[in-house]
Design a protein around this ligand. Sequence first.
Ligand SMILES: [Mn+2]
Length: 421
Amino acid sequence: MRVRFLHAADLHLDSPFRGLLDVHAELPAVLADATLKAFTRLVDLALTERVDFVALSGDLYDRDDRSLRARLHLQRETQRLHDADIRTFIVHGNHDPLAHDPGGLHFAPSVKVFSSQWEEICVPARQGGVSYRVQGVSFLEAVETKNLARAFSRQSDEPTIGLLHTNVGGDTTGHANYAPCTLDDLGAAQLDYWALGHVHTRAEYRLSPRGMAVYPGNLQGRHARELGPRGAVLVTIDPAGQGHHHVSTRFVPLDCVRWHFCDVSLQGLTTLDAVTETCLAHLRDRVSDDSEANLVRVRCSGRTALHGQLQAVDAISSLHESWQRELSAHRIWLESIENVTRPELDIERIRETDGLLQGLATYCLHGVPAAELDSLLDDEVLKTLDARLKSVGLSSLRETAPATAQDAAWRAIELVAQEDA
Ligand SMILES: [Mn+2]
């Protein structure tokens, strides 16, 4: 028998948005409701897809006190699932461990919250017998260091799903190493589908000898590092004979506010009007129709004769204000504008000059290894150059890692060219 469900994690309901200081008047209300609305969209989808259940894999709440607003919203929305005969399975993670539950709210009877002891729920089929099995375990405290995956194992032939908040592979770049486990641990349990939570970026793993493990990513991006569409995974498990099952997944975006990063090259642009036109065109392309707001971090890069003007104290904030006037109508809000443009240089002309600049220009244009700097420039010249770099807070070319040495050399040319101008 086919089993279909929605898998979401890291809802962080009622979580504040970070990094938005200068915003339009209507935006705060949109942001305050974003995590809650995304969850409402998840429930709407569960109802239209008529799934069997919804799996929520931890960090449903964001704050230590779980926020009553968030808890009431979860209660209301899971009641809608219950009324439509759709079950909810929940495990808690490091942001909402069981020990932080203030209690006092009752959820619909078909909402199952797993305790901190591993457990399996057998869901009966209408025609008798077991339809599918769901296993899960919650964090009791925020700091969970045990390998909880080892408690899971297939008990029978029916489709079996495991809910776990965990850091698979112990990757600690950006995520705390809670309930660490390996892909081998997950594979060894021989489940059909691991509904994971904790890592906010979507990821899918095929397991050996069977099954798959999925991080759906968080339901709603909350800052400029949680980019792009966010949502849940719609999972279908079909019988494939001899106790095996075929699992298929489809990601469905459900966020109502979306974060974007936009790198706009201003290379060769000579007027501020052209800069505005170029940037606004890039930004309008970013509108996503299913988002109530698009929040964009802009980076202006490239070599332009306008570099000096853009460096002026209030230049970027003035552009920010001016562009925002145009963009609000398109449901786009600028989070920030970063200016990493560089001054325009006539490198061919510089190459025709003598000495220092010529050597550096050759170095930059042809990517000569840093070790060969000495053959390119004599000791006296390098010493003079190092002194100039040091005076503006840059380190010596020879002390710079090869990857950044070329960039340092460009800066050196700019410096010397400026001084010579
Ligand atoms: Mn977490």
